[in-house]
Design a protein around this ligand. Structure first.
Ligand code: SAH
Length: 262
């Protein structure tokens, strides 16, 4: 009989390879098989044992190199062979990462697994852009929302509950929208239709926390034009709310302070 395998569902963090947990690095080093996604920083694979088998699961929006079913089957097979398996995902495995479905597939086969959290891109990208997701007197709540809808548009399973833009527009102060680049116009339309002010500050953050990070700010009314003008590309997040204005405040204070010192 082979020894029982073990699967770690691991969050690789938001992009900067240094924003990974110590626990995640230990799991990568100990793995015999690593199934990794497109959004995982390449540098992180250097922690792997040279003998480890590396399997790229390469999802791109609307296009799957390996289907979710194939990934889950592979995870189960490797674990049943008695291997130490790491499933390495961008951000956090349980935030728009389909880690929940993988955990269910493993649990259904009685396979031992663990979940190692990661810094989700909303947290990483906001920090790296000077946008506090909550701020006393400005924002008391934030939500992570999917901007993709229906089958084939994103990485979430089709047939999920619809996004309640009507409620989100009013009850959450800072909205962080994942997988929304292709739906900017629709998202803008939904939020405006449900009463969010066109003047609400918006940030578009591309490649958050990576060396290629770009952050642009504007208003909700104009955000689709801004995205087109800067040729926003994936991976990117949309942040909507007054907290975005804190970024400008920080910038102004930094300029003033530099002038005082200089
Ligand atoms: N599990 C991941 C999210 C996967 S869904 C997490 O916790 O972050 C993929 C979406 O995440 C992308 O479409 C984009 O909206 C967002 N994303 C991931 N990495 C990003 C980054 N470095 N900068 C901006 N957005 C990012």
């Amino acid at each position: 009989m082979t020894r029982p395998g073990f699967v770690s569902l691991v969050g690789a963090g938001p992009g900067d390879p240094e924003l990974i947990t110590v626990k995640a690095v230990k799991a990568i080093s100990a793995a015999e098989v690593i199934l990794y996604d497109r959004l995982v920083a390449e540098e992180l694979l250097s922690y792997a044992d040279p003998r480890a088998e590396l399997i790229y699961c390469g999802k791109t929006p609307g296009h799957h190199a390996m289907t979710q079913e194939m990934i889950q089957r592979r995870l189960v097979e490797c674990a049943l062979e008695g291997k130490r398996v790491v499933r390495l995902k961008g951000g956090d495995p349980f935030v728009f990462g389909r880690g929940g479905e993988e955990a269910l597939a493993l649990a259904a086969r009685g396979i031992a697994y663990e979940v190692i959290p990661g810094i989700t891109s909303a947290i990483g990208a906001a920090a790296a852009s000077g946008i506090p997701l909550t701020q006393r007197g400005v924002a008391a709540s934030f939500a992570c929302v999917t901007g993709s809808r229906g089958a084939g548009h994103g990485e979430e399973a089709a047939g999920g509950p619809p996004v309640r833009w009507d409620l989100l527009a009013h009850s959450v102060d800072t909205l962080v929208i994942y997988m929304g680049v292709g739906q900017l116009k629709e998202i803008r339309g939904e939020l405006l239709r449900h009463g969010k002010a066109g003047s609400t500050p918006v940030a578009l953050i591309e490649g958050g926390t990576t060396r290629r990070q770009r952050t642009f700010t504007g208003t909700l009314a104009e955000m689709h034009k801004l995205a087109a003008a800067v040729q926003l590309s994936n991976p990117a997040l949309i942040v909507v709310g007054e907290a975005v204005a804190v970024r400008e405040q920080l910038h102004q204070l930094e300029v003033q302070a530099a002038e005082m010192i200089g």
